[in-house]
Design a protein around this ligand. Structure first.
Ligand code: HEC
Ligand code: HEC
Length: 467
């Protein structure tokens, strides 16, 4: 019968269309299984106000939500067109690999904290992608009209920069590496009971313990057993700082962090009975440890650089790769000392130095500096600064970083001095001076770069060549 067969064909076509997900009438649309998974498992991730498991490593700039759109189709197309879904082998999809990153974290504690969230995300995405890849309807969808796929707003370079492990690595090089300047008062774990040279330090800490009491003694121990613990302490103690003191690290204004204000401040005033007034924890700060760091010396610069970078990372304030700091300083125990500084270097002036290696092949000085340091002119007309090696294309080969110290090989070097005569560092202590502040250069034909302040590589201010 004609009518029957026509009906049959129509219903056949309809059911085929439905199977392809292209039912002509939306209200009769049969929910596909992938869509059920999307609604039940992906959308809750999208709508959740909790951060995704990515925070285990990424302090800012990326969240799993950034890859989800309110529509299943759009989410699928967006992930597909970014290469995050593997249509042939759904279980190998890159988005699943990103979610699984957390399982490779060497930090076991962090791995465990985020495990539940990570597993829920993984299972949801794995089930949904698997279901999607069984649906030719989705696979065949054209790319999004405006080609605007869902992804984090920040570029990859910013996302990579905002990682916890990168921030920690930077902390190790810029802050942790300088802790012996605060020894033993703030680095109790560096005490070695078997080292006869630590006898006085042990005695001092014993006195502190009695004088300050257990709680304050613990607070003095700023540099904990590991860099991780020290960084965590600085961050957590600064989060809820009482009103009657400045925070150890000040995210709004890095220069107003106690960790730099204390060591650049003098002892509190002496009272009539010869004792000192109580040390101040607000502006103007005073420090029972006395002056242990100078404004604009190399450690001051590296401390401020780390605090500023950390503040910008957690504040999600970087937008482009161009804004990221080079963050390429590697501390050494090698020291540069300039004696008899030129008469026009006023006491207290900051003097940055760049050290360039001789390139025997090119028979010229390397354009890229191998090391940097900075110091301030002291009343004895000297500037002293520990070298920080600079990681870069040309210098990497000569940099021997062992996780604690870098070493500049002995050899022929050029030292260039810049003088902060225009107080540019007051506006931004992390700045590097450029040609407008160039003072002069000295060739050091056979620099030994021995370690410790005592054995500093000495040059004379009178030898600077100006042009
Ligand atoms: C165990 C730590 C860890 C976790 C967890 C983690 N990532 Fe990453 N992520 C990294 C590292 C390390 C890099 C830098 C890779 C590189 O430099 O090659 C990175 C880089 C990135 C980048 C920049 C592009 C690239 O490939 O370098 C993106 C985007 C990204 N991650 C997204 C995510 C998302 C989304 C999540 C959560 C689902 C996540 N990550 C979870 C460690 C992690
Ligand atoms: C000789 C011992 C000594 C040295 C070295 C020393 N300090 Fe101190 N510091 C103290 C004492 C004692 C206090 C507690 C009294 C006070 O607040 O001034 C203190 C307090 C501090 C505080 C406040 C801690 C808090 O939470 O209340 C900070 C921050 C600090 N010092 C930073 C440093 C840094 C950074 C260095 C090294 C560059 C350093 N100090 C070197 C003795 C020292």
């Amino acid at each position: 019968m004609r009518l029957m067969s026509a009906l049959l064909i129509t219903s056949l076509i309809l059911s085929m269309l439905t199977a392809l997900g292209a039912a002509p009438n939306g209200s009769e649309f049969e929910r596909s299984s992938s869509m059920a998974v999307f609604d039940e498992r992906i959308l809750p991730i999208f709508r959740s106000s909790d951060p995704s498991s990515c925070v285990q490593c990424h302090l800012a700039s990326v969240d799993l939500k950034d890859y989800i759109l309110p529509s299943e189709e759009k989410t699928f197309v967006s992930l597909r067109d970014q290469g995050l879904i593997d249509l042939d082998a759904p279980e190998k999809s890159k988005i699943l690999k990103l979610i699984q990153m957390g399982t490779q974290d060497p930090d076991e504690g962090a791995r465990l904290i985020h495990e539940q969230m990570r597993r829920a995300e993984y299972e949801a995405f794995a089930a949904w992608i698997e279901a999607c890849c069984n649906e030719p309807r989705l696979m065949a969808l054209p790319c999004l009209e405006d080609h605007v796929n869902a992804r984090p707003a920040k570029p990859d370079a910013v996302i990579r920069h905002a990682r916890k492990d990168r921030v920690l690595d930077s902390f190790v090089r810029n802050v942790w590496s300088q802790r012996m300047r605060c020894f033993p008062c703030h680095a109790h774990h560096e005490i070695d009971e078997t080292n006869p040279r630590h006898k006085n330090a042990i005695k001092k800490l014993g006195e502190f313990r009695i004088q300050y009491g257990e709680e304050m003694f613990e607070r003095l121990n700023i540099f904990r057993e590991t860099p991780e613990a020290s960084m965590a302490y600085l961050i957590s103690s600064s989060r809820n700082t009482p009103d009657d003191r400045l925070p150890l690290i000040n995210l709004e204004n890095p220069g107003q962090s106690l960790i730099v204000l204390k060591p650049t401040s003098k002892l509190p005033a002496k009272l009539e009975d010869g004792t000192h007034a109580a040390p101040s924890l607000v502006d103007p700060v005073s420090h029972m440890g006395g002056l242990k760091m100078h404004l604009n010396d190399a450690s001051y610069k590296s401390f401020i650089a780390w605090i500023q970078d950390y503040a910008r990372v957690v504040g999600d304030r970087y937008d482009s790769a161009a804004e990221l700091p080079a963050d390429n300083l590697y501390p050494s125990k090698q020291v540069l000392r300039v004696m008899d500084t030129p008469a026009d270097w006023a006491t207290g002036t900051a003097v940055p130095f760049f050290v360039h290696a001789w390139d025997a092949d090119e028979q010229g000085w390397r354009k890229e500096a191998a090391a940097f340091t900075q110091g301030t002119v002291n009343p004895r007309h000297r500037v002293v600064g520990p070298l920080f090696l600079l990681a870069g294309k040309q210098s990497e080969a000569s940099m021997h970083w062992d996780g604690e110290n870098a070493k500049l090989p002995a050899g022929r070097y050029l030292v260039k001095a810049f003088v902060d005569a225009h107080h540019r560092l007051a506006a931004d202590p992390t700045a590097y001076l450029d040609d407008t502040d160039f003072y002069g250069r000295v060739e050091v034909p056979d620099a030994q770069w021995r370690e410790t302040f005592k054995l500093a590589e000495s040059i004379s201010g009178a030898d600077f060549v100006r042009d």
